[in-house]
Design a protein around this ligand. Structure first.
Ligand SMILES: Cc1ncc(COP(=O)(O)O)c(C=O)c1O
Length: 466
């Protein structure tokens, strides 16, 4: 550090305070305290600036959420107006606020037709807690209280509360705190490259096989005991794993056959990410419940919830009596006001169409072209989410061993070169703001190529390719 540089001095003092007091999510506290946190100070459009003035192209939309990009004044104005008018009132005691009612109505319009009702939460994890409570309540109102089991998937992510982490299938999360809770089961993920390709299956054949694992598990548990199946349309935190086209329609058929509720966790895929308003529309299935969060407000303020299809809502409304569940911030008026402004802007700027017809197909083309790079064994993309797989030997499809953290090496180069890209094991993933332009995609791809070349040089120098 240059002790006379005021920006560096300020960063050092923020880092010291951070290390002394701030326990970060999903972080090795000790390692971060030793390294020093990177402080992000400002954002505009798809760019961020850190406390030392370095500009970063944010190819992860914050955390899959800043879909309209940074600096949208309409969202700031909506929050300011609502804070001045009524900063808070709850929805518990037969009361509601104007933005919460209006947002419920707008959500019924932008979601597929069976969804006419919403239950608000403060986040995606809380939304999935609501899913657990709601599907079990639904079956008990229908006189089938033994239908308790919810089936999720290995390497799925549904949040970090006790219920969310249980529904998810992240081994590292289950290992801490005695998870999953009883009544949650997992089947293998529909990851063709890992589970289908080595057995010579085509993606379509593998998609049917992977959906068949659901049927096997339902039969093993007894269909009369299974309440619901939950999955992300495209696994996000698991590494942007786009399932084969055959997967979801077959999952839907199986759920219908056994009367199992189908839950689509749209926390990442919702609000345009895949080129339709919701991921289930892109992937061709009709869920009974949909969890949402993140993109509903472009991450400007926390808000989540569960859309409830009529099949479920009518039972809860007509026969359910009181549902003993809710959060202080269910339908927070400021969050709902920001969501209304966010959805209005998505519509006005035709952002979903921009993803579907323009930048989504362009990104797919650019990512497919990366397959010429010696380190890239596979690429996948859908709408504005994409992944590339780093491999040791692309001809044989040999992965790097556990002793080499190739993803982290690549990620370090990205940060140093002004690009925020995430590493999930050996998969490098992106989900840029939906307002990104073709020219900005070109800029992003040039950075990605530069970082891949630097990572390749590391690998050659360190003997990781031998
Ligand atoms: C699919 C999915 N569900 C749920 C969550 C949890 O949302 P939150 O972090 O808002 O609780 C996430 C977060 O990334 C997610 O990707």
């Amino acid at each position: 550090m240059n002790a006379r540089d005021p920006a560096q001095r300020r960063t050092a003092s923020l880092q010291a305070a951070d290390a002394a007091h701030f326990l970060h999510p999903f972080t090795d506290f000790k390692a971060l305290a030793q390294k020093g946190v990177r402080v992000i100070e400002r954002g505009d459009n798809i760019y961020l600036w850190d406390s030392e003035g370095q500009r970063l192209l944010d190819a992860m939309s914050g955390l899959w959420c800043v879909n309209l990009g940074y600096g949208q004044q309409a969202l700031v104005d909506a929050a300011t107006h609502q804070l001045q008018t009524l900063p808070f009132y709850n929805a518990f005691f037969q009361t509601a606020t104007v933005p919460a009612i209006e947002l419920a109505q707008v959500l019924a319009q932008v979601t597929p037709p069976p969804f006419q009702h919403v239950f608000f939460s403060g986040s995606g994890s809380e939304g999935n807690d609501t899913v657990v409570r709601m599907v079990r309540r639904y079956w008990s109102v229908l006189g089938q209280p033994q239908r308790q089991v919810i089936i999720g998937r290995t390497n799925g992510y549904h949040g970090s509360t006790v219920a969310g982490a249980s529904l998810g299938g992240m081994a590292g999360m289950h290992a801490q705190g005695g998870l999953p809770i009883p009544g949650i089961e997992h089947i293998e993920q529909p990851y063709w490259w890992l589970h289908g390709r080595p057995h010579g299956l085509s993606p379509d054949a593998f998609g049917l096989q992977a959906a068949g694992w659901l049927e096997k598990r339902i039969l093993a548990l007894g269909p009369e005991n299974v309440a619901a199946f939950i999955g992300e349309p495209v696994q996000g935190a698991g590494g942007v794993i786009v399932p084969p086209a055959t997967y979801w329609p077959e999952v839907q058929r199986i759920c219908q056959k056994y009367g199992v509720l189908l839950v689509s966790d749209e926390v990442i895929c919702g609000f345009g990410r895949t080129g339709q308003w919701f991921g289930c529309e892109t992937l061709g299935y009709q869920p009974d419940l949909m969890t949402f969060a993140k993109g509903v407000t472009s991450g400007y303020i926390p808000l989540g919830g569960v859309m409830v299809a009529d099949r479920v809502a009518r039972v809860l409304i007509d026969q359910g009596g009181e549902f003993n569940h809710g959060y202080t911030y269910s339908g927070h008026p400021v969050a709902c006001a920001v969501a209304l402004a966010n959805i209005a802007l998505l519509q006005e700027l035709k952002v979903v169409e921009h993803v579907r017809n323009d930048v989504g197909p362009y990104l797919a083309q650019c990512f497919a072209a990366l397959q010429d790079h010696p380190l890239v064994g596979d690429t996948q993309s859908l709408g504005l989410m994409a992944a590339l797989l780093l491999v040791k030997d692309k001809n044989r499809g040999t992965p790097f061993g556990d002793d080499v953290d190739i993803g982290m090496a690549c990620r370090q180069h990205c940060f140093s070169n002004g690009l925020i890209m995430r590493a999930v094991g050996d998969r490098m993933i992106i989900a840029p703001p939906l307002v990104i332009t073709r020219a900005q995609i070109d800029e992003m791809m040039a950075l990605i190529r530069r970082c891949l070349d630097l990572t390749l040089a590391d690998a050659q120098r360190s003997g990781w390719l031998n």
